[in-house]
Design a protein around this ligand. Structure first.
Ligand code: SF4
Length: 263
């Protein structure tokens, strides 16, 4: 069974997938840490959504921001402490990044809510669905035939149609989405189609740094590219094939396996 997280690692660098696969402990810890961070971000979104229900149309921007921020700080602190106590190597910079991104998003959300309340002359409670559509979070998708498994960050259901959404804390490209994000998204889309016997035409990558979701069309070329990546991943994870890679110093200096890598 191939995990979509292996596809993500492969898209960053096939060599890093090789090192990760054949170093079991590191793989487990990194994977667990990524899951815990994702869970925390999703819970924070949930809390913001609950806080939004208390916002009245007479409130000013600062008041709205304060309402949206209620209990957020303490929630992040207690959860990051819990992650650290699991012996997962959560770095202080990662915690700061989570906090900074959360408050930046709260500011943007406050502005959007204020605009929407003015436009519709309604309290925030009545327009929550515009900001948080009916959805499922952290949904495990799996297909035995495809031998593929992954947890989709969010699945939105609008008018009976399913839309996979993945959350990214990385910087976005100037326009569109990164190739690796599109490949990850189409993997979720294909699993989603199997699970719900539906067709997925579009998915979204949400870049939290700019609070923007960008659409990706699930076309034939993208689907073909995914199957090519799956083939390469299998060569590494099942046949232990050491991949040849083009060295990119900018990428290598950010890579956690730089010290192990014999490039
Ligand atoms: S150090 Fe560079 S070549 Fe080696 S695994 Fe990392 S990104 Fe790939």
């Amino acid at each position: 069974m191939i995990n979509i997280s292996s596809i993500k690692t492969h898209m960053f660098c096939p060599r890093s997938l090789y090192i990760q696969t054949w170093n079991e402990q590191e793989k487990q810890n990194d994977f667990q840490l990524a899951i815990e961070i994702k869970k925390l971000k999703i819970d924070v979104q949930d809390l913001i959504q609950k806080n939004m229900r208390k916002i009245k149309k007479e409130m000013g921007i600062t008041e709205i921001e304060n309402e949206l921020s209620e209990n957020i700080d303490s929630y992040i602190k207690s959860n990051t402490n819990a992650i650290v106590s699991m012996n997962l190597e959560l770095q202080p910079e990662q915690i700061n990044e989570i906090i900074d991104n959360t408050y930046f998003n709260i500011k943007l959300t406050a502005l959007k809510i204020k605009q929407a309340m003015n436009m519709y002359h309604k309290d925030a409670f009545a327009i929550t669905d515009m900001f948080f559509p009916n959805c499922m979070y952290s949904y495990l998708l799996k297909d035995q035939q495809l031998e593929l498994i992954g947890i989709c960050d969010k699945i939105e259901i609008i008018d009976g149609k399913y839309y996979p959404v993945i959350l990214k804390s990385s910087n976005p490209p100037l326009k569109g989405v990164w190739d690796q994000d599109a490949i990850e998204l189409v993997a979720h889309a294909i699993l989603l189609e199997e699970e719900f016997e539906t067709e997925v035409f579009v998915g979204f990558v949400y870049y939290e740094k700019i609070d923007e979701r960008r659409p990706v069309v699930m076309d034939v070329n993208l689907r073909k590219a995914l199957f090519e990546v799956i083939r390469e991943v299998k060569e590494i994870t099942e046949n232990k094939k050491l991949p040849n890679v083009k060295i990119n110093p900018k990428k290598c200096c950010k890579c956690q396996y730089e010290n192990y890598c014999m490039h």
